[in-house]
Design a binder for this molecule. Structure first.
Ligand SMILES: C[S@@+](CC[C@H](N)C(=O)[O-])C[C@H]1O[C@@H](n2cnc3c(N)ncnc32)[C@H](O)[C@@H]1O
Length: 226
């Protein structure tokens, strides 16, 4: 599905988030506290927005961009050639990554976790890849828990977003999926419980846009429970 909308993905991100998405990425990367230069993996990195922002804010870091949709990565590569950024690129499933354990100082995932078949399997994989006390920065859309906000969100998500997606990309189903995945994902409380039983502590958390978008900064702590 992401392969089919790759061409118009970046433009729609800017429009559908009312120009906020790049600010959220900048904020999230600004919260990384690992020493520089560090080795950082971008999971579900798509067309590379998080990786580019990382290299802008922390030019000494070594970045690895991963995603399982090749057309998204092809766009990332073209963007890399035109803006002179340099990152390793790997086409891989975030739930089963082809890297040695404890290789990375930090991981990041913007708007990808919601799509994982099994969030706990993904967190286990990130836990495996990170060094002790490594950081994991997440941006994700969560259910806000506020009934008025949810009603407003529902109005926008069901009546406006899929049609704008359709007009720009010609693919209604992809943007309808985006809506369903946002409505079905966890609330902050549910997500926090999952994070904490998978060997991470939350070192920073911030909500944007009335609690629709969240930034979490996790630290790898001990062993996972279960
Ligand atoms: C909403 S996009 C986010 C892209 C990018 N992180 C950004 O900030 O714009 C979600 C991306 O996650 C990728 N994705 C979803 N599930 C994945 C998985 N299990 N393994 C690898 N990539 C995945 C999709 O191909 C898509 O490019």
């Amino acid at each position: 599905m992401f392969s089919r909308i790759a061409r118009t993905y970046d433009l729609l991100n800017r429009v559908l988030s009312f120009g906020q998405d790049q600010y959220w990425r900048k904020y999230a990367i600004g919260k990384l506290s690992i020493a520089s230069p560090g080795e950082v993996i971008d999971l579900c990195g798509g067309t590379g927005d998080m990786t580019f922002q990382l290299l802008k804010q922390r030019p000494e870091d070594q970045a690895t961009l991963t995603d399982f949709a090749l057309p998204m990565l092809s766009i990332a590569r073209k963007r890399m050639e035109s803006n002179g950024s340099c990152a390793e690129v790997a086409c891989a499933d975030a739930l089963q990554l082809p890297f040695l354990s404890e290789r990375f100082d930090a991981a990041m995932c913007a708007f990808g976790i919601r799509n994982w078949r099994d969030v706990e399997v993904g967190l286990k994989e990130v836990h495996r890849l990170l060094k002790h006390e490594g950081e994991f920065v997440i941006l994700e859309f969560l259910r806000s828990g506020n009934r008025k906000v949810e009603a407003l969100k529902k109005l926008y998500l069901r009546n406006i977003l899929p049609w704008m997606g359709f007009l720009a990309s010609g693919n209604y189903r992809a943007y309808r999926y985006l809506v369903d995945s946002m409505e079905q994902f966890y609330s902050d409380e549910e997500f926090q419980a999952i994070i904490e039983r998978n060997g991470f502590s939350i070192s920073h958390k911030k909500r944007f846009f009335l609690g629709v978008c969240w930034c979490y900064v996790l630290k790898k702590t001990g062993e996972r429970m279960g």
